[in-house]
Ligand binder design. Sequence first.
Ligand code: HEM
Length: 158
Amino acid sequence: MSKWFYFNIILLILSVWQVVNHFSFPALSTPILFGLIGFLLFLFNWTRNAVFSTIRNTPDRKMKIKFVNISKRVMPFHRWTGTLALVFIVLHAISILHLYGFSFHNSKMVAGLLALLNLILMVITGWWRLIKPTGKLRRTHLRLGIALFFLIAIHLLL
Ligand code: HEM
């Protein structure tokens, strides 16, 4: 199994932990709900990286075949799931700005803004690959995914 499975599980636990500890819990406020849905859609897509990395590295043939089949089933939706994640995160940001306004002194907001910009680039490179499927774009998309993972982790931790 790829180490990314474990990283993703840790991030999932962190997000759930933050949500249940939010003052609005159990009645989730609109920004938190949008943020959580956007986050889960991102994580669903990012898990594909863990699946691919397992396919590449596992010596277990049975596991390889199982993961290839899962990946084939999920792949047609990948771009749409990513785009939907962006829609929910934009809604999250709009409702946050509506509720609190924006401040560069608020590090959670700054990390969130950087994550949003990163997500926009991810969605752009994801669709771009449909038009121009180069190795450079694939690597850029992957690196943006890694950066986004850590930006979201920082955003959730702050
Ligand atoms: C990929 C981008 C983003 C993701 C995945 C995301 C996800 C989340 C999640 C799951 C929460 C609830 C858990 C917590 O409080 O830590 C949250 C809270 C929050 N987010 Fe984001 N977010 C993103 C972008 C943004 C942006 C762009 C902003 C602001 C400009 C922002 C501002 C906030 C704030 C202020 C909270 C705390 C709200 C409160 O305590 O009531 N986030 N975010």
